[in-house]
Design a protein around this ligand. Structure first.
Ligand code: FAD
Length: 320
């Protein structure tokens, strides 16, 4: 009865959030005196698959059927459910993500499992199985007692820091039984966000709002992002105005991110914006209005003009 972890791929690589999930699953396995098995779906090299061992998985089941090349939540839920049944796994761990969200409820239905989403800590096993999760877009925590025999834990990104070893996992092929019903929804095309550092996975984010005045001024935001190796993000009006692509929009109606550092430049800090970023570990706000609401949520604030501050900040980072 191993703990099963679904490890999501991005272009053949195990995503950072999946490494966190593997590490989390391996820790839970340790607490329960069992081992951790990862299930990986899609094309990846043997070396990449074996690298799940660095985060604590002893075995990797690899489902490489060509039909599974596109990340399809319905079909992927079937594959993970079958892997859980084969392994007799009563605990299934995965990272909370768009794909994870499309899978978890289906998986819970298939396995008649209890589900906790946005989990931020290891379970407390002192009196049953209790997990802490982040709710109300990071404003509160819930403690969930999972009483079902099978339990699914969707881990919030960037809340667990994996420790790596030089271990490598044993890779075994996994051939699920799929039928047409698993592909009732199919993906026709995928519009991926561009850039070296993908926003949902980024540790550092430089974000800007209407205070930048226009798309022609984004060079100073990109310069700082480049110097820091950060991703760029923006407020909703900025993407509505087509100053930046919609894939950069963070907030209640956009991406929810939790990087280690979020630098907000010329963003007022409306509640709908905060809903997407307030679980960032450190928030730095740059705004020329000392009464801008964002300062209330900031760890560090700079009252000043972004057109003055950003180039100086970039220079300072480059000098470091
Ligand atoms: C249902 C609903 C959902 C929404 N969802 C989202 C969402 O997901 N994400 C989101 O972002 N918004 C969302 N909004 C919009 C949100 O309410 C705000 O209107 C929006 O976040 C404001 O964007 P902004 O801060 O870029 O612009 P503004 O509110 O115009 O703020 C610009 C800021 O820049 C500062 N500034 C101006 N010039 C400079 C300068 N030279 N140097 C430094 N600072 C300067 C100003 O002092 C000001 O604080 C939503 C709204 C609704 C009603």
């Amino acid at each position: 009865m191993s703990v099963l972890i679904f490890a999501e791929l991005d272009e053949g690589k195990i995503k950072k959030s999946a490494q966190e999930a593997i590490f989390y699953g391996a820790k839970v396995a340790q607490m329960l005196g069992t081992s951790a098995t990862a299930i990986v779906i899609g094309q990846a090299s043997d070396d990449e698959l074996a690298s799940a061992g660095r985060f604590g998985a002893t075995i990797v089941l690899h489902a490489s059927d060509a039909k599974l090349a596109e990340p399809n939540g319905m079909a992927y839920a079937t594959v993970v459910a079958q892997a859980a049944q084969q392994e007799g796994s009563k605990i299934i761990v995965l990272a909370k993500s768009s794909l994870g969200d499309a899978m978890t409820a289906r998986l819970a239905g298939k396995l008649k499992a209890g589900l906790a989403a946005n989990v931020v800590e290891l379970p407390d096993l002192s009196n049953g199985f209790r997990v802490k999760s982040s709710i109300y877009t990071g404003k509160a925590f819930a403690y969930n007692d999972l009483k079902a025999n099978v339990k699914i834990l969707a881990i919030k990104k960037n809340t667990i820091t994996p420790e790596e070893t030089d271990a490598s996992a044993e890779v075994k092929p996994f051939s699920p039984a799929l039928n047409d019903g698993d592909f009732a929804i199919s993906i026709k095309s995928t519009d991926k966000s561009s850039g070296d550092i993908l926003l949902p996975e980024a540790d550092l984010v430089v974000s800007a709002g209407r205070g930048l005045k226009g798309p022609e001024n984004w060079g100073i935001v990109e310069d700082l992002a480049k110097a820091l190796h950060a991703a760029t993000a923006c407020s909703k009006p900025v993407s509505d105005l087509d100053w930046r692509p919609h894939s950069e929009h963070v907030g209640q109606t956009g991406l929810k991110i939790s990087p280690n550092l979020y630098i907000a430049c010329g963003i007022s800090g409306a509640i709908q914006h905060l809903a997407g970023v307030n679980s960032s570990k450190v928030i730095v706000v740059i705004n020329k209005d000392p009464d801008a609401p964002f300062f209330k949520s900031a760890d560090y604030g700079i009252v000043g003009d972004v057109f003055d501050i950003l180039p100086r900040l970039t220079k300072a980072v480059q000098a470091l």
